[in-house]
Design a protein around this ligand. Structure first.
Ligand code: SAM
Length: 252
């Protein structure tokens, strides 16, 4: 048996152990999440490369410090690696007018707020508390009533509406946008088109859940279509052991 097949057999044994272990539903889900990242069909860019691009092409030029909330992530907020990656991009880009689709409990909003300049404004859009809607995804996350991470700061504006009825034109020029609301094809297309209608050249657009294709998620399909139209969208990679399904675009 050569090294490669030996290694393969060991991996399959390990996966089988994981999937048959107690709590196997979450182990299986974790395996599927990791697989979706590895086989997403999107080209990748490392966080280091991305930060260098944001720091005007010079590696190490972007500010090095990143602020993380003590709880590291919240309900519906994805992985700790993704929160750290998002924070690092904001810290490197230093945007002044930020737009977010998908507030939930406000965990990602907190990280946008904590890592942007002290005069930055953040607008975050979510369904009104208690409301669930047709044509979106994750009904268990919709219309959260407790936005416990949301910073109490006049610079942070919460707009409670269905993003399909949201008109962003009052915001002026936005230089950072994070999309993590409804993950159906129609919702992500709506949110992306609205983000692009206000995003300046050189502005940064970040999508969450760019690789998952079950549960009616249409982000991956939509991003591939945009790539087909010439947009250089990349999947962000962190360290070799960190799960990250963020995708990024610097507006040309
Ligand atoms: C995955 S959670 C967002 C998590 C959040 N970004 C974080 O990191 O803490 C998705 C959110 O999108 C909201 N949402 C779903 N469909 C929506 C729609 N059509 N318009 C506005 N918000 C929507 C849900 O209410 C939910 O709070």
């Amino acid at each position: 048996m050569n090294w490669y097949s030996d290694e393969r057999v060991r991996s399959v044994r390990m996966l089988t152990r994981l999937m048959t272990a107690r709590g196997s539903r979450s182990a299986l889900h974790l395996c599927n999440l990791v697989a979706s990242v590895h086989f997403s069909g999107l080209p990748t860019i490392t966080l280091t490369e991305m930060r260098a691009r944001l720091g005007r092409g010079t590696p190490g030029a972007a500010p090095g410090n990143v602020v993380l909330h003590g709880e590291l992530h919240g309900f519906g907020a994805g992985s700790i690696g993704e929160m750290a990656g998002l924070s690092s991009l904001v810290a490197a880009h230093q945007p002044r007018n930020l737009l977010e689709f998908g507030t939930c409990q406000g965990c990602s909003t907190w990280h946008l707020w904590a890592n942007s300049p002290k005069d930055a404004r953040i607008t975050t859009v979510d369904l009104p508390s208690g409301l669930t809607v047709e044509g979106s995804t994750d009904p268990e996350l919709q219309g959260d009533k407790v936005r416990r991470f949301l910073p109490e700061d006049p610079r942070v504006r919460l707009v409670e509406t269905d993003s399909r009825s949201f008109d962003p034109s009052f915001l002026g020029s936005v230089d950072f946008c994070f999309i993590d609301a409804g993950h159906s094809y129609a919702c992500v297309k709506n949110d992306t088109e609205k983000a692009l209608s206000v995003l300046v050249r050189g502005g940064l657009l970040v999508w969450h859940d760019a690789t998952w294709t079950d549960d009616d998620y249409g982000v991956n399909r939509y991003l591939k279509e945009l790539r087909g139209q010439g947009m250089d969208i990349r999947q962000l990679t962190l360290g070799p052991f960190d799960y990250c399904a963020l995708a990024v675009l610097v507006r040309a």
